[in-house]
Write a protein that binds this ligand. Structure first.
Ligand code: GLU
Length: 480
């Protein structure tokens, strides 16, 4: 019987869901779904000082927003694997660390920071440029330990890394990868405060939670030999690893969380009015290539066609223009009802929603549906209609001072007073009539009217603006 596929996304709750984390989660999720397996959400919160309040909750909410629904999580635990937060599993790590000590695979280390620093300096002085722990405490006798404890020293636990060993594994994305253990010093598995380090806790958890595949970011590649060493000591089966390439910006530089030119957090996109389906689709193509030409895929399609063999081993570029294009595609596909729900929060920034019917609000939104790439753009597009402000620049003055302008304005006022309704056909006819009565066209006809109505040279179609403003408001603005 083949093992049930189980994968996990294991964020540290040190911040909000970032594009890189979202990608790890997404590929793990698709891999699980494609193989009828489980997608586990686990919290790696051992770096206590860096944890932020609400970090776990926001990570989970953002994942769900994207449509990535964990099968198991702290909120939805399977008793067989609980708990799902590392800080609630400390006794488990202790037990396994003790087992390693008992079998000679790990040992207590009483060295102080100062002693470790001194040893490093001494190694540098000898020309060693990647110093390692000098194994001072590897063979401590019980009475020596006792003496250290009396001095008030608290030990950490180090793994005794096997010497002269090459650790190799078949990476799902990169193929065979090898590391020489001699480059790895005896690393700390349990800190003196009793909290495990990431590389140790992750192995215990992945094993106990029966994780079969680990898809994660390239930054973890060099951690993998350390983790495999722990699996070997316990005699446990090693999961299959896959390390996804870095995400780079348009200049080919690794995306840094501090790079303010690119929005990198899911919450930022959500607030600006990006659709989760579009972000999902965009991230799907960040390091994975479909076996066909098209680029638009629903989540359900992705679950079927996702093939980890098509994950790229070269850096993936974060292309904001492509994301905008994709979001625009998804916005256009929304039904009236969906679109109305989507734009209401942005309309609310410009108008009092209570004062308009859903039909009127939809009309306002539809004025820009084909134009916007994300929801919040509606705010700036609509604002001139409601917060009238005429700029005083030369170009505007020139248009308002055209000899034909008074005539055009007079004529449209007159004709508008008598139209039966403000439907598009009626208004188009009205403009034709103004054109022929005043013998104007193009900017001579439209610009003075547009400026009077919105104070801006550009914007939505005039017939739509008139409908949104209503006859009374239009006449009052034309009269100003
Ligand atoms: N907590 C680790 C991180 O956020 C998880 C790494 C892993 O997937 O092993 O990077």
């Amino acid at each position: 019987m083949t093992k049930r596929v189980r994968v996990r996304y294991a964020p540290s709750p040190t911040g909000f869901l970032h594009i890189g984390g979202a990608r790890s989660a997404l590929f793990n999720y698709l891999f699980a779904k494609k193989n009828n397996g489980d997608f586990v959400f686990r919290i790696e919160d051992t770096d206590v000082e860096r944890n932020v309040k609400g970090g776990e909750e926001s990570q989970l909410n953002d994942l769900m927003w994207l449509g990535i629904i964990p099968d198991e999580s702290p909120m939805k635990p399977n008793p067989k694997y609980s708990p799902y937060r590392q800080m609630e599993r400390l006794d488990i790590y202790h037990k396994y660390a003790q087992w390693l000590i008992d079998h000679g695979y790990a040992y207590e280390c009483y060295c102080s920071e100062e002693e470790l620093d001194a040893s490093r300096e001494e190694q540098y002085a000898r020309g060693i440029n990647a110093p390692k722990y000098d194994r001072h405490c590897l063979h401590l006798k019980e009475e020596e330990k006792e003496k250290f404890r009396k001095e008030g020293r608290k030990p950490c636990i180090r793994l005794k890394v096997e010497d002269h060993l090459t650790i190799s594994f078949e990476d799902m994305i990169r193929g065979k990868v090898s590391f020489n253990n001699d480059d790895i010093g005896d690393w700390v598995i349990m800190k003196s405060n009793g909290i495990p380090t990431y590389n140790f806790a992750v192995v215990i958890d992945d094993h106990l939670m029966e994780i079969t595949h680990v898809l994660r970011g390239e930054e973890h590649l060099s951690n993998t030999p350390k983790q495999i060493q722990v699996y070997k000591y316990f005699g446990w089966e090693v999961p299959t690893f896959g390390h996804m390439t870095i995400i780079v910006n348009e200049n080919g530089k690794k995306l840094s969380k501090r790079d303010n030119n690119i929005l990198q957090f899911m919450s930022q996109y959500r607030e600006l009015g990006y659709l989760p389906e579009a972000i999902f689709n965009f991230i799907l193509l960040l390091g994975w290539t479909p076996n066909e030409e098209r680029e638009i895929f629903t989540i359900d399609e992705a679950k079927i066609i996702f093939d980890p063999k098509r994950m790229s081993a070269s850096p993936s570029m974060f292309d904001q223009r492509k994301l905008n294009w994709m979001n625009a595609q998804y916005i256009r596909k929304l039904s009236d009802q969906e679109y109305l729900i989507f734009i209401k929060p942005y309309l609310a920034k410009v108008v009092d929603l209570e004062k308009y019917s859903d039909e009127e609000l939809l009309f306002m939104g539809n004025m820009f549906k084909e134009e916007i790439t994300f929801g919040a753009q509606i705010i700036d597009l609509l604002r001139p209609l409601f917060n009238y402000h005429l700029e005083e620049n030369d170009e505007i003055k020139e248009i308002l001072n055209l000899p034909s302008t008074p005539m055009v304005l007079h004529c449209i006022k007159h004709l508008l007073e008598n139209v039966p309704d403000l439907e598009a056909d009626t208004l188009k006819q009205l403009f034709k009539n103004v054109a022929s009565e005043t013998n104007t066209k193009g900017k001579f006809l439209y610009m003075p009217i547009r400026l009077k109505l919105t104070g801006q040279m550009h914007g939505a179609e005039l017939v739509k603006i008139i409908k949104v403003l209503g006859k009374k408001e239009v006449l009052s603005r034309l009269n100003k």
